[in-house]
Ligand binder design. Structure first.
Ligand code: NDP
Length: 328
């Protein structure tokens, strides 16, 4: 029998956690035959709610769920973790300055990074979902000097999936026939969903659609502002789709991406495409042998260049702000 994989989920009692944990336990994160030990990390006030979720996990009798444990401190929560999904974060509330938001999250992701550094397994892989995700990942990574920086990533897979969904609706093509979509930059309103290299049923997506006005005025803002549209419609923020994207991200990372396609993930830049080294920015990526690789050699037209640069500029500002606050 295989050794169980330890999966730590922070913010486990929240909305996304509620949608995420059952899919992990059912085998969709790592594979049907992989036994999992769930480690739920919450702030002390939310431990009771996490206990309720743990009861439901037990009641689901998932064959590969070996254990569910609940923790209220990062040192215990991340001990022996092989995969860490950092979902809990301090949301921006009305009137909050950016510096306050970054400081509050520094107080969460700094200690979590340190706990990962000190106690996680050698093969630890971290996905940050809690916003501002890219910069929270940077804070965690810099608190973990002994862990290779490439193990810290942030989620833009939901943006990627949203772009696939919009292209499918626009062209009447199933998502399964749409490939090579890219999200560049920050998981924020400045992100750039790029279809110039995408293919729809084997044909170039930008040529199939052939409508730059739709791209600029409809597609890009729809993908970038989808979160707000869902809050407006549902009366609550997206949770199941965010959880689904987190599952997809880790599944691709661990099990690889299919030949002839790529996905989007925010990973530490190696300087590719003019993105400054070390910034955690979204790229077109493939995964092989458990490692992300940035897809190289794509031609970037002026339309794309302007938008990539704008989102990367925002990431540089966030990095400089957390540096000034002493958080990295
Ligand atoms: P959610 O589960 O809805 O969201 C959690 C985080 O995910 C937020 O930062 C949210 O950012 C982010 N997120 C990223 N992408 C999306 C998306 N597409 N849609 C929605 N959210 C997205 O929040 P809840 O308030 O329900 O739950 C948070 C839980 O985290 C609480 O139980 C709280 O106790 C816990 N927590 C735990 C911490 C810890 O373990 N140390 C620290 C802080 C909180 P955004 O706000 O921008 O939408």
């Amino acid at each position: 029998t295989r050794t169980p994989v330890n999966v730590t989920v922070t913010g486990a009692a929240g909305q996304i956690g509620y949608a995420l944990l059952f899919r992990i336990a059912s085998g969709q994160l790592l594979g049907k035959d992989v036994p999992v030990k769930l480690r739920l990390l919450e702030i002390p006030q939310a431990v009771k709610a996490a206990e309720g979720t743990a009861m439901e996990l037990i009641d689901s009798a998932f064959p590969n769920l070996v254990a569910v444990d609940i923790f209220d401190n990062p040192a215990d929560g991340f001990a022996g973790a092989n995969v860490a999904l950092l979902v809990g974060a301090r949301p921006r509330t009305a009137g909050m300055e950016r510096g306050d938001l970054l400081s509050a999250n520094g107080g969460i992701f700094g200690p979590q990074g340190k706990a990962i550094n000190d106690g996680a397994a050698d093969d630890i892989r971290v996905l940050v979902v809690g916003n501002p995700a890219n910069t929270n990942a940077l804070i965690a990574a810099s608190a973990a000097p002994d862990v290779p920086a490439e193990r810290f990533t942030a989620m833009t897979r939901l943006d990627h999936n949203r772009a696939l969904g919009q292209l499918s609706l626009k062209t009447g093509t199933p998502v399964s026939e749409i490939t090579k979509v890219t999200i560049w930059g920050n998981h924020s309103a400045t992100q750039y969903p790029d279809i110039f290299h995408a293919e729809i049923a084997g044909k170039n997506a930008a040529e199939v659609i052939n409508d730059e006005a739709w791209l600029a005025n409809d597609f890009i803002p729809t993908v970038a502002k989808r979160g707000a549209a869902i809050i407006e419609a549902r009366g609550a923020s997206s949770a199941a789709s965010a959880a689904s994207a987190a599952i997809d991200h880790v599944h691709s990372w661990v099990n690889g991406t299919p030949e002839g396609d790529w996905v989007s993930a925010a990973i530490p830049s190696d300087g590719s495409y003019g993105v400054p080294e070390g910034i955690i920015s979204s790229f077109p990526v493939t995964s092989k042998d458990g490692k992300w690789e940035i897809v190289q050699g794509l031609e970037i037209n002026d339309f794309s260049r302007t938008r990539i640069d704008a989102s990367v500029a925002e990431l540089i500002e966030e990095r400089d702000a957390v540096k000034a606050l002493g958080l990295i």
